[in-house]
Design a protein around this ligand. Sequence first.
Ligand code: ST9
Ligand code: FAD
Length: 664
Amino acid sequence: MDGIDHLADERNKAQFDVDAMKIVWAGSRHAFEVSDRISKLVAADPGFRKDNRPMLGRNELFKNTLRKAAYAWKRIIELHLSEEEAAKLRFYVDEPAYTDLHWGMFVPAIKGQGTEEQQQKWLPLAYKMQIIGCYGQTELGHGSNVQGLETTATFDPQTDEFVIHSPTLTSSKWWPGGLGKVSTHGVIYARLITDGRDHGVHGFIVQLRSLEDHSPLPGITVGDIGMKFGNGAYNTMDNGVLRFDHVRIPRDQMLMRVSQVTREGKYMQSDVPRQLVYGTMVYVRQTIVADASCALSRAVCIATRYSAVRRQFGSQDGGPESQVIDYKTQQNRLFPLLASAYAFRFVGEWLKWLYTDVTQRLQTNDFSTLPEAHACTAGLKSVTTTATADGIEECRKLCGGHGYLCTSGLPELFAVYVPACTYEGDNIVLLLQVARFLMKTVSQLGSGKKPVGTTSYMGQIEHLMQCRSNVQRAEDWLKPSAILEAFESRAARMSVACAQNLTKFTNPEEGFAELSADLVEAAVAHCQLIIVSKFIEKLLQDIPGKGVREQLEALCNIYALFLLHKHQGDFLSTGCITAKQASLANDQLRSLYSQVRPNAIALVDAFNYTDHFLGSILGCYDGNVYPKLYEAAWKDPLNDSVVPEGYHEYIRPLLKQNLRTARL
Ligand SMILES: CCCCCCCCCCCCCCCCCC(=O)SCCNC(=O)CCNC(=O)[C@H](O)C(C)(C)COP(=O)(O)OP(=O)(O)OC[C@H]1O[C@@H](n2cnc3c(N)ncnc32)[C@H](O)[C@@H]1OP(=O)(O)O
Ligand SMILES: Cc1cc2nc3c(=O)[nH]c(=O)nc-3n(C[C@H](O)[C@H](O)[C@H](O)COP(=O)(O)OP(=O)(O)OC[C@H]3O[C@@H](n4cnc5c(N)ncnc54)[C@H](O)[C@@H]3O)c2cc1C
């Protein structure tokens, strides 16, 4: 537009090396270079335009997504992109599509649950996209309760086949992304039945559509489940409905790493735990934590830049009004979200490490860390997606009225993001899994079994149950040891209180149900401790770049002290801190906001998002918001004509009639 950087003064205030921070955010110099190169490539390519998304009808929108996915694949091949680069390209194209499920769930399900032979047969086809797959687990009647699924896979020893069938309406597959209109195949979860015996839910590779003309194969009824929340947004995805009428598949299409059915129809279990059938969900939950930091940082980048541009009140002697970012209330809403984006980034990095470690152990039949990996992925998925969904909405409000415009980018981001609280496991259901894990850990404390990994803090349970914080001045809250002790004792005491209350019930399951709200709170406390401690651990690493460590320390303290302030009821009622110490934490938080304020724009610049990816006039890099908003308004299809369509039918007759009434 005018070519001026309206945020230049803000950028000049930065007290740290932004380029070094970009590398910390990306995870490594290599990751930064790939991300930077691919994001610019996508931004410069008109084939990936997305600003018209909210205006398109469903059919047009969907066709456009098909076009983009095919074009993205073409570019991936032409440019010989590596797997890492291709994944980045799909990320920056920034449009939910069937490919997310193909690469994100179908392929990992075959990798995780298929035998070597099955992988050799199916993966090359999937890698070349000669088949397109989805993940068909959820049904109309059951999503959270996987054991309640009703689709059946009955072995027929006569023909050496499984017969896949949907016995009831509620057994219809419902929700799988990519299923509605695109997938040729699916990993379908169904109850395995051999010789009249039900062996529970297992995965099967089922072909759904002809590879010749894309029509559904005999016995298959398939379609899209309809429009979802928001314009554009997740409606680019064909979430589907699917029914089977006695569809036959060969026996070797049951995913047989965990259990097998022999030619004679004998059911056999490997010595790997049954829970590996749930392995794909563990993998995806881990990626969702990393995605949370992307979505939240994106919203925070928009809200921070706009808060520096926007001015309201406070003009002195005819001078400029105050930037809204200088209001303490704005900082108190915005900076904890900025800190959360960084916190989720680092815990996501750690979770990826944990997942890789578990996968390597599984290959050598070491299953010891699987329960912890399940608890961590489930809990962190839940806590980070809830905070991110709420955070995006808060960012919209931080942008005032303009945040409600689609051109702010925030409504669509919110609409796309909120289902993350539900898919891949409802957040409450997942926290209850964490709570079960914690109750098990507490119950084993007396047995001499040493808690490990993220529950190792419970090893000092006597200390944590009676310690009192020794914070005396606001600055004492900057000590990692003070923060850790407060978070550890809060989490331990909440878990122990739940465990003690559970003993009052003769039936433990009844007790668990009755106390489930408290158990969820204990699980949240445990997960927040993990996030805080992983941020603190990150700061123990070598962090090059002028001033970078100091900024990260400030953000880490903001994240922890904001949580402490928000959940001070927990900290006070469990006696971990006093009212005076809670108030000191709040004093410290205010001074941390002042420390972050001059660096705020640089801290969001470190995300290195292009204007194309942000998709937001309010968040544009140069801060030239008003001319861009004004220009964009005139491009709205409603402004194609000065007098709107419908004037002659609906406005003119009304005005005429009112004129007659007025004359009377
Ligand atoms: C503006 C534009 C922006 C554009 C952005 C573009 C990008 C967007 C991209 C987004 C892509 C996202 C795609 C979304 C895909 C969603 C896919 C789905 O939802 S797929 C569908 C997802 N569906 C769901 O998530 C369903 C959720 N439900 C479940 O996972 C299960 O039913 C359950 C866990 C709740 C219960 O399980 P159940 O067996 O009934 O009962 P028990 O509780 O008794 O557990 C028994 C034992 O097993 C243990 N264990 C359990 N799980 C695991 C595990 N994973 N591992 C290991 N162990 C596990 C458990 O600890 C226990 O151990 P122990 O105590 O005996 O030692
Ligand atoms: C956009 C989107 C994409 C999806 N993609 C796929 C896909 O590709 N493949 C696929 O198979 N599935 C997919 N799903 C389905 C998704 O995984 C399920 O919707 C999800 O697991 C939640 O299950 P549910 O719908 O049965 O919720 P429900 O379990 O019916 O939840 C309803 C309410 O009940 C509560 N509740 C349920 N059980 C308990 C309990 N034990 N204790 C306390 N409260 C409880 C929940 O907290 C919630 O408040 C998708 C869903 C969405 C929204």
